[in-house]
Design a protein around this ligand. Sequence first.
Ligand SMILES: O=C(O)CCC(=O)C(=O)O
Ligand SMILES: [Fe+2]
Length: 323
Amino acid sequence: MGYLSGVDRKNLELPIVDLSGLDMTRFDEKSWAIARSKIAEALETYGGFEVVYDDVSSELRNELLGLIVPNMFTMPVLNKLSDGQELPYHGAWFTKLGFPFLALQLTDPNSLINVQEYANSIWPQGNDFFCNIVLKYAKHMQELMNMIHKMIVESLGLEDHYDSHMNSLAYSIRFSNYYKDTLDDGINLALPSHKDPNYISIICPHNVEGLEVEAANGEWLQSKPMKNSFTVLVGEAFKAWSNGRLYAPSHRVKLKSETEKRYAVVFSTIPNITNDVISAPKELIDEQHPLLFKPFKYYDYVKFRFSDEGERVDDALKAYCGV
Ligand SMILES: O=C(O)CCC(=O)C(=O)O
Ligand SMILES: [Fe+2]
């Protein structure tokens, strides 16, 4: 397993965009515009891309995914949780019933106090190493995320909305543990096909591949992250906000062998809890593009999405607020 080098890449993989060294404050107009149009094209066809981003060192990646996350999942407090419970403070967690997958969420991972409280709820003596690494990683991810949002908003012709759009967002980080247990469906599905409800997810797996993404034409692509890349996917909030201009792909995770263990860290943008109405800007609505989704409150939608009814329907977003 492991990461593939650039030369081994085949067709049917997500397009690659290099954003290393790009910066929101001092950037070269030309490389910005090239990256922006590559992203716009990738999102239309695939709803995602592989972003190369050297600013996150392999040392930091290894500390997070090779040390911190595996250690976290050995902590007794996690084994005491049962379905639907929440960790104290900020850590909602969930399992997909019947799937060998456990995820823990931390909202606002850029706040020292939040991260410390979260660490204290998992490690009785706290864990400074965890806090330092998570804060360092979240800082890089926030910079990368802001660039990606800016490029997307610009390519939709909505530069004027960038500040208010960014002010309506919050960040979250999810630590995931995939393991093969006694279940075997023959294809080793660890996380079933789903769309993310949030704006953007930036996924960093550790050494073990397995993520598959459904392109707009219905073909499934395998994500092949490299040592210095991350997988970026559009979620339903951005699909609704862009009045359907952005495609939110279904994706799933498969483990390839009985003994495979996989960890991943997913950094996401979500609506701010105090300002969670998602409503497409009027510039994106016209005769050719009638409104697709009525304005809705994101956190109410998420409740619906994970309810029995929301799980039953094919397209939960459309069922919830489709026009
Ligand atoms: O682990 C991955 O590669 C993807 C995880 C994912 O899709 C999710 O947590 O929503
Ligand atoms: Fe996902």
